[in-house]
Design a protein around this ligand. Structure first.
Ligand code: COA
Length: 317
């Protein structure tokens, strides 16, 4: 199963919310957030939906790939914070960029982009399609409880996208799900059914921070080892690792356990926070546009989140 990346794109909304500004909303401080999470500021959408941000990232990826939206054969998107359950975020992106291909979303929370990428890779492998758009787009600010200081300091908004085509550069992948809602849960909130007997939790991110932390470190370590084994390489051969941008301490601990220099981990969480499924493609796009990538570089992508889920893949540039 393989593909090549033809172009990447990212979009983040203009509004910057700093830790100091957040400290006027909830009982927190720049010092606490910087030390415990590693975020200094994040982007917040004041009017754009996940799909609108996704369409902008998608257009940038199309421009970088040098193809038009009409040429797309498939759109697979990932989101947990679309404006509606139906239509899918990807269907809205399809309309906004002017594509005509099938479009659907996968939901695997912060691992969603890598699940979507693997899904598109399988479509390319099956044949009959040439170009696929894969995107992660999130407006998490609409589902975060802005009175809960343990979550609202972490999450943020943005979108990232890849345009891929059949090729030989996807060297291995691993998807993992440990089902259950006790650690991370985003309930929809209840409608007005007169028949429900149980009171339901309101729409918001409910998260056990420490459990998520432990899961994340373990999965980054396990998943990266697995994909290296799968591809028959040593992890030291990987030039860059693009991890889900959730918490600097998670990444640092995983790097130490894996004995990989932290300098190999691409980081932007200081400026963008955790944008869930958009986090890996936004960060990857910054690496591509930095000009640091050399042909033949091995890049590992890894993510973890609600589900619980995790995923990793290996790409040759
Ligand atoms: N500002 C100040 N204090 C805060 C705070 C904030 N934003 N959030 C929590 N605290 C307080 C707690 O109330 C607690 O106070 P107490 O000791 O008086 O009870 C104290 O800080 C320690 O809380 P704890 O939950 O143990 O902190 P932590 O070091 O585990 O950090 C997280 C909390 C959420 C930052 C951390 O657990 C984390 O990042 N987990 C992973 C979350 C994640 O990656 N989620 C995304 C998954 S995709």
């Amino acid at each position: 199963m393989s593909f090549q990346i033809l172009g990447t794109g990212a979009y983040t909304p203009e509004k910057i919310l700093t830790n100091d500004e957040l400290s006027s909303l909830v009982d927190t401080s720049d010092e606490w957030i910087t030390q415990r999470v590693g975020v200094k500021e994040r982007r917040i959408s004041v009017c754009e939906s996940a799909a609108e941000m996704g369409a902008k990232a998608a257009q940038r990826a199309l421009d970088a790939a040098g193809i038009t939206a009409e040429q797309l054969d498939l759109i697979v998107g990932a989101t947990v914070s679309a404006d509606c359950i139906c239509p899918s975020m990807s269907a809205m992106v399809q309309k906004q960029i002017g594509a005509h291909c099938p479009a659907f979303d996968v939901n695997s929370a912060c691992s969603g982009f890598l699940f979507a990428l693997d899904t598109a890779a399988a479509f390319l492998e099956r044949g009959g399609i040439q170009y696929a758009l894969v995107l992660g787009a999130e407006r998490l600010s609409r589902i975060v409880d802005w009175t809960d200081r343990s979550t609202c300091v972490i999450f943020a908004d943005g979108a990232g996208a890849f345009v891929i085509a059949k090729g030989e550069n996807y060297l291995g992948s691993h998807l993992f799900t440990q089902g259950g809602d006790s650690v991370l849960h985003i309930p929809l909130g209840r409608g007005n059914s007169p028949f429900y007997e149980k009171e339901e939790q309101p729409l918001a991110v409910h998260m056990s921070g420490q459990e998520t932390f432990k899961f994340a470190v373990t999965q980054i370590e396990n998943d990266l080892k697995l994909i290296a084994n799968q591809a028959g390489i040593d992890l030291s051969e990987v030039s860059w690792i693009v991890p889900h941008q959730a918490n600097y301490r998670i990444i640092e601990l995983a790097a130490r356990r894996l004995r990989i220099p932290i300098e190999k981990f691409v980081l932007n969480l200081e400026y963008y926070g955790n944008t869930s499924s958009a986090s890996v493609p936004i960060c990857f796009d910054s690496l591509v546009r930095s000009g640091k990538l050399k042909k033949g570089d091995l890049i590992a992508l890894c993510a973890f989140g609600g589900g619980l889920s995790s995923a990793a893949c290996l790409i040759r540039w």
